[in-house]
Design a protein around this ligand. Structure first.
Ligand SMILES: [Fe+2]
Length: 202
């Protein structure tokens, strides 16, 4: 892990220790928790499901874009939070971490198209956010989504995201997931990371 990786972990720790006490944005069917509790619960659900380490990391980090926002009241209408997260994470993490994060908003639109019970389970706030996020996918859009790399991981992440809202749930501490993130960074030396600008253009 090089110097820039260490500083990325330090900045992440700082974000979750300070802004993690904000109330989590309500965009799902369960209760009210803080942003840190939501991240820890989401990662815990991924671990319980035996997800690989990259997906556990994605589950933990998926809403870091909300924490990067100076304004804690930006709320669920802040549909650019996934893109903000990518800009922050891509210098360190590969697509197995960043792509499920990028696609987790679209995965909600996908699940609404494919699972009627899922659509009915959304809170009024989440349905309102759905409209801002592009509404329920059409059949063609859902087919195209299924073919995208990391779509299955994004759908899993979305379901954990919706469940990770249990007040008082016991979870591993923040340090447990920071260690996992550091491990992933150490495994992928920065010199071997892809040029994301080229990938985006492809
Ligand atoms: Fe979330």
């Amino acid at each position: 892990m090089d110097h820039s990786d260490r500083s990325l972990i330090e900045r992440l720790e700082q974000l979750y220790r300070t802004r993690g006490q904000r109330l989590h944005v309500d965009d799902g069917p369960a209760g009210r928790v803080t942003a840190l509790e939501h991240a820890l619960q989401c990662a815990q659900l991924a671990e319980w499901a035996d997800a690989d380490e990259s997906l556990v990391a994605a589950a933990f980090l998926h809403d870091v874009g909300h924490l990067l926002h100076e304004d804690p009241t930006a709320g669920q209408e802040d549909e650019h939070h996934a893109l903000r997260a990518l800009q922050f994470l891509r210098p360190g993490f590969g697509p197995a971490v960043t792509e499920p994060i990028r696609l987790h908003v679209a995965a909600k639109r996908y699940l609404c198209a494919r699972d009627g019970a899922y659509l009915l389970s959304l809170t009024p706030a989440s349905r309102h956010a759905l409209l801002l996020q592009g509404g329920v996918m059409t059949d063609d859009e859902a087919h195209a989504f299924e073919k995208r790399p990391h779509a299955v991981a994004a759908i899993q992440l979305r379901r954990w995201d919706d469940l990770a809202r249990t007040p008082g749930q016991r979870t591993p501490p923040l340090g447990h997931y920071l260690r996992l993130l550091a491990l992933l960074l150490a495994r992928e030396p920065s010199g071997t990371r892809p040029d994301w600008h080229l990938l985006d253009a492809a």
